[in-house]
Design a protein around this ligand. Sequence first.
Ligand code: LMR
Length: 329
Amino acid sequence: MLLRVYTLAILLLFALPSGGWTEEIVLRFSHVVAEGTPKGQGALMLKRLVEARLAGRVRVEIYPNSELFGDDNEIKALLAGEVQIIAPSLSKFSAYTRKFQVFDLPFLFDSLPALDRFQAGPEGRRLLRILETHNILGLAYWHNGLKQLSATRPLRRPEDVKGLKVRIQSSDVLHEIFLTLGAEPHKMAFADVFSALRSGRVDGAENPWSNFYTQRFYEVQRYITETNHGVLDYMIVVNANFWNGLPKDIRAELERIIAIVTTEVNRKAEFLNQRDRQNILTSGCCEVLPLSHDDLARWRQILAPVWKRFEADIGLDLIRAAQTANQAR
Ligand code: LMR
């Protein structure tokens, strides 16, 4: 009896009238990019809003540039409760689902609004929850941008890529793309890319402008070809058990904040990429090569068979929905 009274007293001491707890909740948000990128800016905005609207109840600690966890261990760290929010690129979930491979198919999405349409539709929303069996809950998609291709030599036609060692993320679709081009793809963590490009361990890389600029890849690559051959997009994910165990009012407020930040990140992503494209041009370090209409058609044609190879894994329904979203205006 005495024990029960004592336990109740402790509970009352920490419990708030709203059903929350007096102890401050700390959300560690780990990511691999620089703060000037769409994801880096989104993380900072999230921290500002959370700490203004949930002052004293929730604090956000941001760890950018792989300083806490990198590509190799951030999802495991989320599952182990060592970090509470991460936003890996959709290409990095292949150990958990093959469905996200749809986002890596070459030349599937022509623009970020096309990606928005797909993600806002029933298939895109369903994908947010597809990892729940692994205790991973998707809360939102954040954009970076369309990918460009850099190298130590000018790449105009797909044949020019032949023989190059190219860094890719850990995605089998990306691997297949570069094999199809006759290159040697190397899966590598983002944190290692700059030194691999500088030392010549790889000759080229693909990424949107914001990562080329903020990671200084452009300083160690002579050419960037404006291929726009795919998208780099993220999913904000949390540990489902942790998230569902948060006090209800806090979780609801966090969800409202994430919705606001998501709108802002996705509204600004293209602007930030174009700004960094201009920064690279201004630096004069590296040449930006546009593709002619005919060359672009050739890239599309050479890479078209990649879709077929992943159709069974991804599901034709998903690919069709993405195509429909891409064609809608
Ligand atoms: C990469 O590994 O190239 C990107 O996924 C990094 C990022 O998070 O933008």
